[in-house]
Design a protein around this ligand. Structure first.
Ligand SMILES: Cc1cc2nc3c(=O)[nH]c(=O)nc-3n(C[C@H](O)[C@H](O)[C@H](O)COP(=O)(O)OP(=O)(O)OC[C@H]3O[C@@H](n4cnc5c(N)ncnc54)[C@H](O)[C@@H]3O)c2cc1C
Ligand code: FES
Length: 262
């Protein structure tokens, strides 16, 4: 798999909420090779602070030339990214990791929580392009309407069926994404693709296990190198031992992972 490290120009920055931003970058090398579920490692500053690159899912590509990342400001690196300006350059390494797989004959259901929604837009678009007869069902959750509404917009514009859930009931179902899944008439041949906080992915995995539905999850563990060279991103496996989320994943068959069930 080809990876590139290059200075990419920021062609657009959008502020979607007070702390969620979308950056469009120009790189035909990365955009033309990226697959849904892959990520990039971004150097967020010119100097040594922060020293390590930060991982972000590729949230969509366009014209084989541009790709976008969608991020929430949570610490030093993302705060620096939020202060970037159009026309500036960012050092990017990617595309990295395994992507989602999909079967156009199956009923596909994409389930995202919070910023885990980012890679699902790319996946949903790919499915729409390739699986014209069976568009995916989209189930998205977040804390409230302010956080979720801007993330849903892109899926709706594609004409996809979106089922929203919010913790406070301000948009869609008042509750969790699993509350929506329980009410959907999902075929046993359905294939679930999930990205979000670990408790949410654990709950979706348990739901799928009970219903014997296939489930793939994207693990957004903290990462240091992004290339399998350190142990910064290990995830425990059901059969024992560990996998690197960056190079063996970030997308795994949920059954292969060891889940902490309380
Ligand atoms: C494969 C992958 C894809 C990702 N895609 C996206 C994306 O599309 N959009 C997005 O907003 N974020 C995404 N993330 C998470 C993103 O990388 C972190 O939010 C970012 O690195 C934080 O950097 P920072 O310097 O701002 O915060 P830091 O100062 O590094 O961290 C601030 C706090 O957040 C915690 N933290 C850092 N990274 C994570 C993490 N991955 N999970 C949980 N807690 C963490 C730290 O322990 C610390 O407490 C992804 C992570 C991975 C591994
Ligand atoms: S982040 Fe270094 S091995 Fe995965």
């Amino acid at each position: 798999m080809s990876q590139f490290q290059e200075k990419t120009e920021i062609t657009r920055i959008e502020r979607l909420t007070p702390d969620v931003f979308r950056i469009t970058l120009e790189s035909s090398e990365i955009a033309s090779r990226a697959r849904p579920g892959q990520f990039v490692m971004v150097r967020t500053g010119d100097g040594k602070d922060p020293l390590l690159r930060r991982p972000f899912s590729i949230s969509q590509t366009s014209s084989g030339k541009y790709f976008q990342i969608l991020f929430k400001v949570i610490g030093r690196g993302t705060s620096m990214l939020a202060h970037c300006r159009e026309g500036e350059y960012l050092s990017i390494l990617g595309p990295l990791g395994s992507g989602f797989t999909f079967d156009c004959k199956a009923d596909n259901c994409l389930v995202g929580g919070g910023m885990g929604i980012a890679p699902l837009l790319f996946l949903g678009k790919s499915m729409l392009r390739n699986c014209t007869l069976k568009p995916p069902t989209i189930v998205l959750g977040a804390r409230n309407k302010e956080e979720l509404a801007p993330l849903i917009k892109d899926f709706k514009e594609l004409g996809l069926s979106v089922y929203p859930a919010t913790d406070d009931g301000s948009l869609g179902t008042h509750g969790l994404v699993t509350d929506i899944l329980k009410g959907l008439d999902l075929a046993p041949t359905c294939k679930m693709s999930v990205c979000g906080p670990t408790p949410m992915m654990t709950a979706v995995h348990l739901f799928c296990k009970k219903k014997e539905i296939s489930c793939q999850v994207s693990m957004e563990t903290a990462m240091a190198c992004g290339m399998g060279a350190c142990l910064g991103c290990i995830v425990p496996l059901a059969k024992g031992g560990y996998a690197h989320a960056c190079s063996d994943g970030p997308v795994f068959d949920a059954k292969e992972l060891l889940w902490q069930v309380r």
